[in-house]
Design a protein around this ligand. Structure first.
Ligand code: SF4
Length: 247
């Protein structure tokens, strides 16, 4: 029987989750509970959402021509896709056999098991979130410490994997330029970091939290344009290619 995964949804035509045009497959289950999460409906796994590798592959291959024409491919996101490493490996093996680019959007909070290492092997590009460098602030923002995230980042470096770092700009947590400089200094020792993607905090997940019966925990407003520009400049001045994602 084909390997199965817990799939939340599949979106096509994304131009932001890796290079070119992409299909983005959202997997269920996440070890974090980020205060700013806009996908709280992916936190838990539902048996009714199980789908086989073959089914998901068939869906993804419908857009094969678009991937090739645009230099795109398939991105796994979530939730946390590495919570289902066997599914990730199996799907990505099939895609790579057809020369389709594979990307993985991850929070990096994983144990380096043989299954996770195999999933890493099958991934061309990592979109890795750095929620915060400070362990206490990281715990406050996500509910978990950040040691595993940095162990994972070091592993990607050792494997020579291409990485885009994603940083959510949350006022009061990650929007001062001194902190941005700290992150830039930290990332300088990771030569395979190809891009920094800044994601200004937005409140679009709020209604999902309320619908699920959760109390939305953040009371801050999205950062203003000047703040985002100043942070962008810090990373650019440190030699990084920076992309600012629109909500
Ligand atoms: S890691 Fe992503 S999916 Fe998980 S809680 Fe944080 S923002 Fe939400």
């Amino acid at each position: 029987m084909s390997i199965q995964g817990y799939i939340h949804s599949i979106e096509t035509g994304s131009a932001i989750d890796g290079p070119g045009l992409r299909s983005v497959i959202f997997l269920q289950g996440c070890p974090f509970r980020c205060l700013f999460c806009h996908n709280p409906d992916t936190w838990t796994r539902l048996d009714s959402h199980k789908r086989s590798v073959n089914e998901v592959l068939k869906e993804a291959l419908k857009y094969e021509d678009f991937y090739r024409l645009s230099g795109g491919g398939v991105t796994l996101s979530g939730g946390e896709p590495l919570g289902q490493p066997v599914f990730v490996s199996a799907l990505f093996k099939e895609l790579r056999a057809r020369k389709i680019h594979t990307a993985l959007d991850t929070c990096g909070y994983v144990d380096l098991t043989p299954e996770v290492k195999d999933a890493v092997k099958q991934t061309d590009l990592f979109l890795l979130d750095i929620k915060h460098l400070n362990p206490d602030t990281h715990r406050k923002l996500t509910g978990k410490p950040n040691d595993k995230v940095f162990a994972f980042l070091n592993y990607l470096k050792d494997c020579g994997k291409d990485i885009w770092i994603r940083i959510v700009l949350v006022p009061g947590y990650s929007t001062d330029t001194a902190y941005a400089q700290e992150v830039a200094d930290f990332l300088k020792s990771y030569p395979t970091v190809r891009k920094i993607e800044l994601l200004p905090y937005h409140e679009m997940g709020k209604s999902k939290w309320e619908k699920l019966g959760y109390t939305y925990p953040l009371t801050v407003s999205p950062p203003d344009r000047a703040t985002v520009q100043a942070i962008t400049q810090v990373f650019a001045d440190n030699g990084f290619t920076v992309l600012v994602s629109k909500p």
